[in-house]
Design a protein around this ligand. Structure first.
Ligand SMILES: C[S@@+](CC[C@H](N)C(=O)[O-])C[C@H]1O[C@@H](n2cnc3c(N)ncnc32)[C@H](O)[C@@H]1O
Length: 257
C-alpha cells in the first residue's frame, strides 16, 4: 500500500485561535443534537470526548446534563476549551492526551466527532479502538463519525469545496479549500489556501494540505468487530438511515462486547 502522511489542518497547530471560526461548521449544534439523542437512547450519563478540540460537543452535552470529560492531543485546542469553561464558570475536566493511549476512567460512552478518527492511520485507528474500549464500562457505547468512502464520487468530492471570508478584530481572513480522493486507499486530501491580512499590510499566506483516512461502512463494521465492539446502528449525520452510496458520513453507534 502507498505510504501517505495523514497530517493535521494548519488551524490545529499554526492558528488554533481560528479553529472555532473555520473548523466548527455552522450546523455543528444540529450534529451535536443528533449525538445527544443517540446517547440519551442508550441511557448514557458519563461521556469521554476523546478528540474534543475546543469543546464543541463537551459544552453542548454539559448543557444537556451529561458529566463530560474532554481530551485531545492538541494542547493549544484544549487550552482554548479550558479558557471557555473558566469564562463560563463550568467545572469540566480537560486532559491533554492521545486517543490511542490515554486512559482516564471508565465511562458510559466515548465519542470522537467530526471525522477525528480520520487523522489516524488504519493501524492507529485499531489501537485507538482498543484504548477506547478500555475507557468504557461493560456494555459502554462508542459513537463516532467518518466520511463515507462509498459516497465519494467525483460530484460529492467537488462539492466539498469551500470558500470563506471572515473579519476578526483587525484581521481579514480568506480561505479556499478543495479536495481529492484516492479511492483505492481511502485517502481524502484537502488543499487549503489561507490569506490573513491586517489593515493594509501584505497578507500572511498559508498553503496547507492534509489527508484523512476514510472508510466504507463494511470496513468500519469489520474493524470494530475485530477490536471488541458490536455495531448497534449506522446513521447519516442528520440521524437518518445510513445509505451506502449516498450518505456523506457514517455515524456509528457501537457497544463494547
Ligand atoms: C475536526 S476536529 C474535531 C474536534 C471536535 N470534536 C469538534 O467537533 O469541534 C478533530 C480533532 O481530533 C483531534 N485529534 C486528532 N488525532 C488525535 C489523537 N490521536 N488523539 C487525540 N486527539 C486527536 C485533533 O486535535 C482535533 O481536535
Amino acid at each position: 500500500m502507498k505510504k501517505t502522511k495523514l497530517g493535521l489542518p494548519y488551524t490545529y497547530q499554526k492558528c488554533p485561535e481560528l479553529f472555532d471560526d473555520f473548523d466548527a461548521p455552522d450546523d455543528i449544534n444540529e450534529k451535536n443534537a443528533v449525538v445527544e439523542k443517540l446517547l440519551r437512547q442508550q441511557g448514557v450519563k458519563t461521556v469521554l470526548d476523546h478528540a474534543c478540540g475546543t469543546g464543541a460537543q463537551v459544552f453542548f452535552l454539559t448543557q444537556h446534563g451529561y458529566k463530560v470529560t474532554g481530551a485531545d492531543f492538541s494542547q493549544d485546542l484544549v487550552n482554548i476549551a479550558r479558557a471557555k469553561a473558566s469564562k463560563e464558570k463550568l467545572d469540566i475536566q480537560f486532559i491533554d492526551g492521545d486517543m490511542r493511549t490515554l486512559k482516564v476512567a471508565q465511562f458510559d460512552a466515548v465519542i470522537t466527532i467530526a471525522s477525528a478518527v480520520g487523522h489516524l492511520t488504519k493501524k492507529g485507528f485499531e489501537k485507538a479502538l482498543r484504548n477506547i474500549n478500555a475507557n468504557l464500562v461493560k456494555g459502554g457505547i462508542y459513537i463516532f463519525d467518518i466520511f463515507n468512502l462509498q459516497a465519494m464520487n467525483d460530484k460529492t468530492v467537488a462539492e466539498l469545496a469551500m470558500f470563506r471570508n471572515l473579519k476578526k478584530a483587525e484581521l481579514q481572513i480568506y480561505t479556499a479549500q478543495c479536495s481529492s480522493i484516492d479511492r483505492e486507499n481511502g485517502l481524502l486530501t484537502s488543499y487549503d489556501v489561507c490569506m490573513i491580512q491586517q489593515k493594509a499590510k501584505p497578507p500572511t499566506i498559508i498553503n496547507d494540505n492534509f489527508t484523512l483516512q476514510i472508510y466504507t461502512s463494511k470496513e468500519i463494521k469489520e474493524v470494530l468487530n475485530r477490536n471488541g465492539f458490536e455495531i448497534l446502528n449506522q446513521y447519516d449525520m442528520k440521524g437518518l438511515d445510513f445509505l451506502e452510496d449516498k450518505s456523506l458520513s457514517i455515524l456509528t453507534v457501537a457497544r463494547k462486547k
